[in-house]
Design a protein. Structure first.
Length: 138
C-alpha cells in the first residue's frame, strides 16, 4: 500500500523544478496527477519557465510509474484556465484530493525599489521574495 494510492494530486507549476519533482513523487506513491503549467516563456523574470515538452515528458514519466497524468497549459493568474483544469480533472479522475499550489516566480531586488512595471507584472503572480535577496545592494 502506497501513501497516495488512488488519490488525485493537482500540481501547479508542474513542468519542471520542484513542482515536477513533487508530481513524480505523488505518482511514485500511487497518486494520479493533474499537472498545470504556464508552459511558455515570460518576459519577467526572464529565466526559463516550463514548456509543453516538459509537460509531455512528465506525463510519460508518471505513466511509466502506473499513474494517469493529465496535463494542462495555463496561467494560475487566469481563473478561467484554472477552473477548466480543475473541471477537466474532476471529469476524468473524479476528484482533486491534494493540491500542491507550487507555481510562482522568484524576483530579486529590494521590494521598495521594484519599478512599477515589475510590480504590475507581478500583480497576482505568486512571487516569493527571498529575504536574503531583498537586502542585496542595500
Ligand atoms: N528554488 C528556490 O530556491 C525557491 C526559493 C523560494 C521560493 N521558490 C518557489 O518555489 C516554487 C518552485 O520553485 P522552482 O525552483 O521549482 O521554480 P521553477 O522556476 O524551476 O519552476 C516553476 C514552474 O512554475 C511554472 N509557473 C510559473 N509561473 C506560473 C504561472 N503563473 N502559472 C502556471 N505555471 C507557472 C513555470 O513554468 C515552472 O515550470 C516557485 O513558486 C518558486 O517561486 C523557490
Amino acid at each position: 500500500m502506497r501513501r497516495f494510492d488512488g488519490r488525485v494530486a493537482f500540481v501547479t507549476g508542474a513542468a519542471h523544478g520542484q513542482g515536477r519533482a513533487a508530481a513524480v513523487a505523488f505518482a511514485r506513491e500511487g497518486a494520479h496527477v493533474a499537472a498545470l503549467d504556464l508552459a511558455r516563456p515570460l518576459a519577467y523574470p526572464g529565466y526559463t519557465m516550463g514548456s509543453a515538452g516538459e509537460l509531455a515528458s512528465l506525463r510519460a514519466e508518471c505513466e511509466a510509474l502506473g499513474s494517469t497524468c493529465l496535463t494542462f497549459e495555463g496561467d494560475v493568474r487566469d481563473g478561467a484556465a484554472v477552473a477548466a483544469a480543475v473541471d477537466g480533472t474532476v471529469d476524468r479522475l473524479g476528484a482533486v484530493d491534494v493540491l500542491f499550489n507550487n507555481a510562482g516566480i522568484c524576483a530579486y531586488g529590494r521590494l521598495v525599489a521594484a519599478p512599477e512595471t515589475r510590480s504590475t507584472k507581478m500583480g497576482s503572480q505568486p512571487a516569493r521574495f527571498k529575504a536574503s535577496s531583498c537586502n542585496r545592494g542595500s
